[in-house]
Write a protein that binds this ligand. Structure first.
Ligand code: DAH
Length: 349
């Protein structure tokens, strides 16, 4: 085969190979094969010296022509391939804007969380600490430290879930008082704390009882804390939660960890004290228990009761929510029915 025929054959073969290629990887291989340093075509440029001088120029030109032709065709093919890939991508990612949209369910804060956060804000703004004790507690903190020794009859006030003789699911958050009291350094200032959390009781669930509910404990201890301080604080809670024009009254009560003990009533926000079904015709609604910290509670925690005094209170957050929102079944708070929870959404989102 003479050199021109060979060039012609290389040209045909090269053009056919480029046309056949369908993907970029093979196209790159074909490029190396046809016009790479070790390709037959480029090899011919190196052996031009073996040719007769008059042939050299012509063959050289022909080789360059073929190389340029290959280059041009390779570039065109590559461009077409890239366009095809892009087109396919656009096709596959096309968005049908006429399809119906996806509906997202927007949650709402749980009514008890709303009240809890609100009260926490009220108290932290007055310099109270928020503490959280364990739900799996010990008899020691929940009862003994709170002036309820093992044989105390008032233990019957709270049906407690015992895990063993010492461990239990706390039936009140009052144990948080003892935990904080025994560690408090009074040289750093008065103790002011609120302790919110879940409590458990061996109650049969019905519209007004739940084996699980939320309390918030409150405790202030310092020198010269008096009943007047307690009264002012309780009134603040009542007015903050139930309205500035609510009247309050304290009734004597009994709790083992306070002496004296009181319960606070607010004037009925439904009938304004005239008497209705919500206040059972009394005009008053009981909202919380409180009292002056019993000296035994202070002494049990190593605090000198001849120097320090304090007040404490216990708020049932479920009770607050029931009263505030007119909920008639406490179980609604724990069954997580979105239709119930949705009613507490602040604004349509
Ligand atoms: N721990 C009481 C209960 O569960 C509530 C309570 C009453 C807490 C009076 C207090 C208090 O701190 O002073 O019924």
């Amino acid at each position: 085969m003479d050199i021109y025929e060979k060039l012609k054959a290389l040209r045909e073969l090269g053009l056919a190979k480029i046309k056949e290629t369908t993907d970029e990887k093979t196209l790159n291989q074909v490029r190396v094969e046809l016009i790479g340093k070790k390709s037959e075509l480029i090899g011919m440029l190196h052996s031009l010296g073996d040719l007769a001088p008059e042939e050299r120029k012509e063959v050289g030109q022909k080789v360059n022509e073929i190389r340029d032709l290959f280059l041009e065709l390779l570039a065109k093919t590559q461009k077409e391939m890239a366009e095809r890939i892009l087109q396919a991508k656009i096709e596959s990612e096309r968005i049908d804007v006429t399809l119906p949209g996806k509906h997202h369910q927007v949650g709402a804060s749980h009514p008890i969380s709303v009240i809890l956060e609100d009260l926490e804000n009220l108290f932290t703004n007055m310099g109270y600490h928020v503490v959280q004790g364990p739900e799996v507690e010990t008899d020691h903190y929940v009862f003994e430290m709170m002036n309820l020794p093992k044989d105390h009859p008032a233990r019957d006030m709270q049906e407690t879930f015992y895990i063993n003789s010492e461990r239990l699911l706390r039936s009140q958050t009052s144990g948080d008082q003892a935990r904080v009291l025994e560690k408090w350094d009074f040289s750093k200032g008065p103790l002011k704390m609120v302790g919110p959390g879940k409590v458990y009781r061996r109650d049969d669930d019905d519209a007004t009882h739940s084996h699980q509910f939320m309390q918030m404990e409150g405790l202030v201890v310092d020198k010269n804390i008096s009943m007047a301080d307690l009264k002012g604080t309780l009134e603040l809670i009542a007015k903050h939660e139930f309205g500035a024009d609510r009247e309050t009254r304290l009734r004597p009560s009994y709790f083992p960890f306070t002496e004296p003990s009181v319960e606070m009533d607010v004037s009925c926000f439904n009938c304004d004290g005239k008497g209705c079904s919500i206040c059972k015709q009394t005009g008053w609604i009981e909202v919380l228990g409180a009292g002056m910290v019993h000296p035994n509670v202070l002494e049990n925690a190593g605090v000198d009761s001849s120097i320090y005094s304090g007040f404490a209170f216990g708020v049932g957050l479920d009770r607050f929510a029931i009263l505030k929102y007119g909920v008639d079944d406490i179980r609604d708070f724990y069954t997580n029915d979105v239709r119930f929870l949705k009613q507490f959404r602040k604004e349509e989102q």
